[in-house]
Design a protein around this ligand. Structure first.
Ligand code: GLN
Length: 553
């Protein structure tokens, strides 16, 4: 008989943005470290079929999986916290995708003439998707996006209510994350919002088993008992999720509260204590680094940091590997465009991340020129690499009008262009290079290891992509003759060789990659390009005696 699967459903109440994704991911990490085969699923109640087309302003970054699925940033959290799970299209789905499946089935006559309804047809589809996602694991942690009370969320809550009846109470846990605010004028923690949100859940038939209360201070026994009493939960099933300095503290704080002990007890899983030694060492380095550096991130969406979530986390990971704290300094490329370059001289390294659209690109190109000429370590990711190629073409190769077809479609010096096979395609939907592609790393150039090889220490790698444009092969020879080194390549079946990485051999560290390394970095397994970029930035800060930037926060 197949092993009984266990399910933990995580819902949120009161407010969004109180850390449901991190809490779910933390629980995943704690259970995985107890030796349980865990997977994580995100269900988003909105009607977009996937978040690929949503504005990063509204929704934060788009996180891409190996199989090319465009998901939201919670999958990034899951991947950073849970080491062994392989996430695919199954691990993230929206109401839009559920309805799409139901409607397709209906059109194909799959419902045999029945009236197609939210219950049971939409809820059945949701349950089917959940089960498919948890198929290869022993335990699934399934996060329901949004907050309890959202109209769109109802079919999801109904589906998970049914799963508990079907699978049996001992195999399913409902964990509800709420906010317990401290009201300074009253000098008190307030439990009413939690009571209301649990009331709402209970009205639709879901009795939470565990309450995880986000607070700015630990809850004492008295208040936990009070919350428990009003919410029909034993006091020892109420946990505080205190604000933490680093998201990587969260699993440790929750474990100190006994959350994972309670979960395994309730689900009847026998395990030993989690092995948290490596995680603790990593967190220790985050809190007590040996040095500090400032990395400038030159971008466009500077006022919405979730847009660069994976990049800022990867910088933390790269910092840990170098025993350093990395202070990200968000620099608005439009300010640089106005001639305001001062911010660039206050950082030890410059990173230009990915992006779409023309706004701010000239500022990014100026920042890259500055990094190249001043020997400041530079890391260009996707659009950042494309702009580094444009900068080099304009200022070193004499191609004054060098540009990208994304910004100047009618231009005869587009060093960044669509692949020939895509030029005929008029509809831009579906033309992106998405997901994992192999790349061959150049080992040596003029007898010296390339920056790329110095990082990876191997010549076959796989990295995730999300872009439409490529370095044009028509201009490659000109770029290479003038000293731009192509240190990573991929053979596309239609286009032939594609440039995956470029670098400048005579620069302390100047590297651009067409892919998104930030999508693979984990705190316990930092991405090698970030590790080397931080290492070079630290070395540069020592060499130039740039203020090791002590005390700058
Ligand atoms: N806009 C560029 C392209 O489509 C770069 C995309 C990115 O940085 N993710 O190729």
């Amino acid at each position: 008989m197949a092993k009984q699967k266990k399910y933990i459903f995580v819902t949120g109440g009161v407010l969004s943005s109180i850390g449901k994704g991190i809490t779910a991911a933390s629980l995943g990490m704690l259970l995985e470290q107890r030796g349980i085969k865990v997977t994580m699923v995100k269900m988003d109640p909105y009607l977009n079929v996937d978040p690929g087309t949503m504005s990063p302003f509204q929704h934060g970054e788009v996180f891409v999986l190996d199989d090319g699925t465009e998901t939201d940033l919670d999958l990034g959290h899951y991947q950073r916290f849970v080491q062994s799970a392989k996430f695919t299209r199954k691990n993230s789905f929206t109401a839009g995708r559920v309805y799409e499946s139901v409607i397709k089935k209906e059109r194909a006559g799959g419902y045999l003439g029945k009236t197609v309804q939210v219950i049971p047809h939409v809820t059945d589809q949701i349950k089917e998707n959940i089960k498919a996602a948890v198929e290869d694991a022993d335990l699934g942690i399934i996060e329901v996006g949004g907050t309890v009370g959202d109209i769109e969320g109802l079919p999801f809550l109904e589906a998970i209510r049914q799963i508990k009846n079907e699978e049996g109470a001992g195999n399913v846990i409902f964990a509800h994350l709420t906010l317990v605010p401290y009201i300074a004028t009253a000098g008190e923690l307030k439990t009413k919002p939690t009571q209301h949100s649990v009331k709402e859940l209970r009205e639709i038939g879901i009795q939470p088993d565990l309450l995880i209360c986000r607070t700015d201070r630990a809850l004492d026994k008295e208040i936990k008992d009070k919350i428990g009493l009003f919410c029909n939960v034993p006091g020892d099933c109420v946990f505080s999720a205190r604000d933490a300095d680093s998201i990587y503290d969260v699993p440790l704080l929750l474990s100190d509260e006994g959350l994972d002990d309670k979960v395994v007890e309730k689900l009847g899983i026998w395990t030993g204590r989690p092995d948290l030694s490596q995680w603790k060492a990593m967190v220790e380095t985050i809190h007590k680094p040996k040095s500090e550096i400032r990395i400038g991130i030159v971008g466009k969406y500077t006022d919405w940091r979730d847009t660069y979530k994976s990049i800022s986390e990867s910088l933390v990971h790269g910092g840990v590997a170098n025993q350093a704290r990395v202070i990200p300094v968000y620099i608005d490329s439009e300010e640089i465009e106005k001639g305001n370059l001062a911010a660039l001289s206050e950082v030890n390294g410059i990173l230009v991340p990915g992006g779409f659209g023309e706004r701010g690109i000239e500022g990014k190109i100026l920042a890259i020129e500055h990094a190249r000429k001043e020997n400041i370590p530079f890391f260009g990711i996707c659009l950042g690499m494309q702009l580094a190629v444009i900068e080099y073409a304009r200022h070193v190769c004499g191609l004054k009008n060098a540009n990208s077809a994304e910004f100047k479609p009618e231009n005869d010096q587009n060093v960044i262009d669509l692949m020939d096979s895509q030029k005929e395609v008029k509809d831009l939907g579906g033309t992106m290079r998405l997901g994992a592609y192999p790349c061959t790393v150049l080992h040596k150039h003029n007898g010296k290891n390339t920056h790329a090889y110095g990082a990876y220490q191997k010549d076959k790698i796989s990295e995730r992509h999300r872009h439409r444009y490529e370095v044009s092969n028509h201009f490659r020879a000109r770029l290479e003759e003038n000293g731009l080194l192509v240190s990573g390549r991929y053979i596309d079946p239609k286009q032939g060789e594609l440039v995956e990485m470029v670098e400048l051999p005579n620069h302390p560290w100047f590297l651009g990659c067409q892919f998104h390394p930030e999508l693979l970095s984990r705190p316990l397994d930092p991405h090698p390009l970030f590790v080397q970029f931080i290492k070079a930035s630290l070395a540069a800060s020592k060499a130039t005696k740039q203020p090791g930037l002590k005390g700058i926060k």
